[in-house]
Design a protein around this ligand. Structure first.
Ligand SMILES: Cc1ncc(C[n+]2csc(CCOP(=O)(O)OP(=O)(O)O)c2C)c(N)n1
Ligand SMILES: [Mg+2]
Length: 451
């Protein structure tokens, strides 16, 4: 009993003490508030125009009229260009002054890409490969940007940037091996055609789901910044992919984490059959940059020098200042979206012809070269012949090559094969042996595989 009594007493003391403390705190708070109100009252007369917003989320001014911001405040972002459509330099101070050798290299890469596209597109039509995507009309965006980078910079592509990989030195044999999914393919035949990747050339393997590369690129750029190796990331995407949520995540992370990255949007007018006027309501993709706090520019993507200058400067500053840049390159997708598409269902032949004949990046560069006597009709003829021959040779070689060892289907995910994978592999062999007349074993590589 005595113990209970003393416990109750102790409890009473504690409660009393707690109430006293709470009471004291409350009255101090009230006093504090009262003091504040008093302080405000004593400040009369007061000039409200001197007040500044203190919110942590924005630096801005107060206004006393109700007005919604017009969406076209940032509208009609100009298109930076160096050459006119006839290949004349408009302002000599903007001429990148590339050597004849460099310009010829640009031209040869742009046209070689074009020739490779033609042959692989035809090969899909003939049923020799399963799928293909051409780059027609966008050659200037690829070569101009690739040339402005350092080979150590990391490239994250969408799928229509084969010219970037070509500029970096990916051989025709490797392009063909990937599209044919043969035993020489670096991806071991596991990916759809055009999903290239090259560790040696710092070109991250293409993923089909749109925009996945954008946050991945932001993460890679953050890692490069932490390594402090003077390297940058370039991340290519289409204006359609820019509508994905992943694009927002990538832009915002790059801006807030201050990453050395160039977001390079190829605005080619379409996302399969969706034209840009159904894709967005603002002023294209460049207009979004300021919203994320990114330095942004719109360039003429059919002017290889404009693309080169913009990328070079963005790359220089991205690394020097650790901040992201957004380049929107305006261009036009002359080909169908892919071999699974027929674009005549949603756009006119006249529209396509305009870009093919009047505003093409290859012809613009050719005008520039011709005006300097760097390129003649004969040069053109012999280059066309030679490049077609090289592409055809690579094509024929790839077609003859064996397919990868079938067992490679099960490797590379785990360091050691797991019991369920072993079971699946055994089941596959049982099935293949039972129905061997349906499987052309002789076309597959049988060399033992090394893991
Ligand atoms: C998440 C996702 N949604 C849809 C698709 C189907 N798809 C493939 S390409 C494409 C259009 C992309 O257009 P854009 O980004 O403008 O690139 P472009 O093809 O014009 O180069 C669509 C909708 C996809 N691959 N992934
Ligand atoms: Mg597009």
């Amino acid at each position: 009993m005595a113990a209970v009594k003393s416990m109750n007493k102790l409890y009473g003391v504690c409660v009393h003490a707690a109430r006293r403390t709470a009471g004291l705190k409350a009255s101090r708070l009230l006093q504090h508030r009262a003091f504040r109100v008093g302080a405000v009252q004593r400040q009369q007369p007061f000039d409200s125009s001197l007040e500044k917003p203190q919110f942590p989320g924005a630096s801005a001014e107060f206004v006393d009229h109700l007005e919604f911001i017009q969406p076209n405040v940032i509208s009609g972002i100009p298109v930076y260009r160096v050459m006119d459509r006839q290949g004349n330099i408009i302002d000599p101070s903007q001429d990148p002054q590339l050597s004849k050798e460099q310009v010829l290299n640009f031209y040869q890469k742009m046209t070689l890409l074009n020739t490779m596209d033609r042959i692989l597109y035809e090969s899909q039509r003939q049923g020799r490969i399963s799928f293909y995507m051409t780059n027609y009309g966008e050659e200037g965006t690829h070569i101009g940007s690739a040339a402005a980078l350092d080979p150590e910079d990391i490239v994250f592509g969408q799928y229509r940037e084969a010219g970037v990989l070509m500029y970096r030195g990916f051989p025709l044999d490797m392009f063909m091996a990937q599209c044919y999914a043969n035993a020489d393919d670096l991806g071991k035949g596991r990916q759809m055609p055009v999903h290239y990747g090259s560790k040696d050339l710092n070109f991250v393997t293409i993923s089909s789901p749109l925009a996945t590369q954008i946050p991945q690129a932001a993460g890679a750029a953050y890692a490069l910044k932490r390594e402090n190796m003077n390297r940058a990331v370039i991340c290519y995407f289409g204006e359609g992919a820019a509508s994905e949520g992943d694009a927002h995540a990538g832009f915002n992370f790059s801006a807030t984490l201050e990453c050395p990255i160039i977001f390079f949007c190829r605005n080619n007018g379409y996302a399969i059959s969706t034209p840009t006027n159904e894709q967005y309501r603002g002023d294209g993709i460049a207009a979004r940059g300021p919203g994320y706090g990114m330095l942004s520019i719109r360039v003429d993507g059919n002017d290889v020098f404009a693309v080169y200058n913009a990328t070079k400067e963005a790359r220089r500053r991205a690394v020097a200042e650790n901040q992201p840049f957004l380049i929107e390159a305006m261009t036009y997708r002359i080909g169908h979206h892919s071999t699974s598409d027929d674009s005549s269902a949603y756009r006119s032949v006249d529209e396509v012809n305009y870009w093919d004949k009047q505003d093409h990046p290859i012809s613009r560069l050719r005008h520039y070269m011709t005006a300097r006597n760097w390129w003649s009709e004969d040069d053109e003829k012999s280059w066309r012949k030679q490049s077609r021959k090289t592409v055809m040779e690579a094509f024929e070689k790839a077609e003859k090559r064996l397919k990868p060892n079938i067992e490679l289907m099960f490797t590379d995910v785990y360091q050691e094969m797991t019991p369920n994978l072993n079971k699946q592999r055994d089941a596959m062999w049982r099935h293949m042996k039972q129905y061997k007349e349906h499987y052309p074993f002789e076309l597959f590589d049988k060399e033992p595989i090394s893991q």
